[in-house]
Design a protein around this ligand. Structure first.
Ligand code: ADP
Ligand code: MG
Length: 256
């Protein structure tokens, strides 16, 4: 590892019984990177994110965030270190409103810094949290939906809300698992703009099937195949790689 890496995976594996969903994967992510992870269904991409975010324990290997070993840390400790994820399957509170969903995440982040839920009882703290939630909703393009229950949002709006929820934890590393899945072309374009506009102090690790989106956003692309790391390079290197082409690109949809 160079001391420049924000995330480093060393020979990380995840087995389910005798099945190797991830098999000794090495990966480094530089601070400020727009790093995409691609690969066919079943390649192990979501499993990889589970291991990085802490929702799934690693079977073997080491995961470092900013040089700190987080391999055995629970999710909340990783959130406090700046790791946030949106998942392939939504984790929104559907009965709560849009604003409440973001507020819960603001509070969750504050809890990690010792602020605690009780802190929100203070009027000033509550006003500050609400102001922050409103700013985030504006940033993701949901400025007029505060009081709508999350369940009533369109598919694309839910994804935007998930990004706001993730950003509310003030991540240094934002993991996005297929954020454009099921989106219309217009919604995908809006989401692409949103990700492109994120400040560079948020490093983005993006799993995405929509290769147009990947090649528009990413400065680095990692290809996974059957639980293994196949190749990491610039978008052009990956696109031009005969190994990647034959192993995989020809078998994948170009957009979802
Ligand atoms: P991807 O996100 O690249 O499509 P996943 O990481 O979801 O791939 O899955 C990788 C492989 O691990 C798949 O074959 C999947 O069936 C398997 N897998 C994922 N989660 C589990 C689990 N909880 N139990 C058993 N097998 C799993
Ligand atoms: Mg997946």
């Amino acid at each position: 590892m160079t001391d420049l890496d924000l995330l480093e995976l060393r020979r990380v594996s995840r087995h389910f019984g005798s099945f190797r969903a991830l098999d000794e994967v090495d990966l480094t992510v530089r601070p400020g990177a727009r790093h995409a992870v691609i690969g066919p269904n079943g390649a192990g991409k979501s499993t990889l994110f589970g291991l990085i975010s802490g929702t799934l324990p690693a079977t073997a290997g080491t995961i470092l965030v900013d040089g700190q070993d987080v391999t055995r840390l629970p999710v909340e400790r990783r959130v406090a270190l700046g790791v946030a994820a949106t998942f392939q399957h939504s984790s929104l509170f559907l009965r709560e409103t849009v604003l409440e969903n973001v507020l819960l995440a603001v509070v969750r982040r504050a809890a990690g810094t010792g602020f605690g839920l009780g802190g929100l009882r203070k009027v000033s703290a509550r006003a500050e949290a609400i102001a922050r939630a409103r700013t985030l909703l504006e940033r993701v393009g949901l400025p007029t939906r505060h009081d709508t229950p999350a369940a009533a949002l369109s598919h694309g709006e839910r994804r935007q809300l998930e990004v706001a929820v993730a950003l509310a934890t003030e991540p240094r590393l934002l993991l996005l698992d297929e954020p454009a899945a099921g989106m219309s072309p217009a919604e995908t374009a809006r989401l692409t703009e949103l990700i492109a506009a994120l400040p560079r102090d948020v490093t983005v690790l993006l799993i995405e099937h929509d290769l147009d989106m990947v090649f528009e956003l990413a400065d680095t692309v990692t290809v996974m195949h059957l639980g293994r790391h196949l190749k990491t390079g610039s978008p052009d290197e990956v696109r031009g790689s005969a190994e990647v082409q034959s192993a995989y690109l020809g078998t994948m949809e170009v957009s979802s």
